[in-house]
Design a protein around this ligand. Sequence first.
Ligand code: ADP
Ligand code: ZN
Length: 463
Amino acid sequence: MHRRCPHLLGRLFVWIAGGFGRKLPANPQTIVSMFWDQQIETMGRSALEQLQVKRLQATVRRVAKSVPFYQQKFAERGLKPGDLKSLEDLRRLPFTANADLRATYPKGLVAVPAEELARLHTSSGTTGKPKALFFSRKDVDNAAELIARCFVMTGCTRDDIFQNMMTYGLFTGALVMHYGAEKVGCLVIPAGPGNSEKQLLLMQDFRSTVLHITPSYALYFATYLESRGINPRKDLAIRKAFIGAEPYTEETRRKIEKALGVDVYNSYGLSEMNGPGVAFECEHKRGMHLWEDHYIAEIIDPQTSEPLPDGKRGELVLTTLCREAMPILRYRTRDITSVIAEPCPCGRTHRRLNRITGRSDDMLIVRGVNIYPQQIEQVLMAVPQVGRNYLIVLDGLDDMTVKVELAESGFDGRVEHLVGLQTEIVNRLRAEILTKPKVELVPPGTLPVSEGKAKRVVDNRRL
Ligand code: ADP
Ligand code: ZN
């Protein structure tokens, strides 16, 4: 009880709601506010920043003592751990790039003796070779703690039945969420991805209330339910879906919410920072609270590496503050977003990240124009006749074809007579991406679906 509601006011509320000292109901969390650790989540900015400085200093001391990679970087800059006095000094620290993690594979940037290592994950390898990420026991527990905050923030309680439809294994996505859900006290169903028939059976038989799923699989699963004549609002108990692991647009969120009858919460994380639970939406769904007592976020210009002010879109750079086994300084995530500094009506003081619009290395250059796949998705998902999947194919010298699945409803088995729709999509795309792609309409369910992260671009160009 104490753990769930450390704040004095919160305890008073529980006492009153519980009937002035009467025995509390079986599930006190359902009447407690939507905080897992209110003291931390609503901490004043200056106290939070002081905590960040203290933890950053400890992190820097730790890597300076035991990680040769950082020792060398500090030596090159003539930097001593004691030089770090304030958050502004963060800029004096070196960046850590994706390539640095690959170069240190398989040992990683480990900062503790081998016997203190408790778990190994690797990145899912969306781009290139894997990276080895090590956790100590405390790191495993901290990651679960942050997930617990995220769950409770969206109103989850121990009454929830959590169906985890992400890939288990080396990928952090499923396991880290699993541990966090257990901490909250949910019943956890480790379903893994794919096999829609089995997923549906689990949802029906165990009345799952919360799903963890990729946007692409959520869209696919919605089509599956439709084909089985299942109305999720009536026939299933699902109410929430935590969706992340790949970029998706607001249009896609709305589509999933409508088709699955759930509230979708955007969930952001990356293996290099413990996996999911780095940033997550609260009930207001206007940006994702980044847990700033565990991570420091900076936004930089990906080309010049210069810092950008709050509100400006650029590359997210993250520094771990509590990681024992493998602290990482100023990690270049390549994810493009911006920071929302305005206070959130939920009362949490941790700043929010805007939706990730893609990775700096997702950017396609087609006929000299910079294009993010998300721009294309945004256009497509706003067209009612468009279904739930698309593929961008680049061919020849610089030819772009967008293959677009049609929606099941209203499709009569023929695509040839849909010239008007095709032209409309071409025009809408041209207005957004400033170049004219070819558009190929294809019947529903004919484009490949991956169980893990969606593959949206096939680049066969001879450039
Ligand atoms: P990788 O994909 O690099 O092999 P991860 O499995 O750790 O490794 O994936 C982390 C990446 O997934 C993030 O850096 C980001 O690009 C993407 N991602 C995760 N969550 C989201 C989200 N909610 N929105 C957009 N992109 C996301
Ligand atoms: Zn909020």
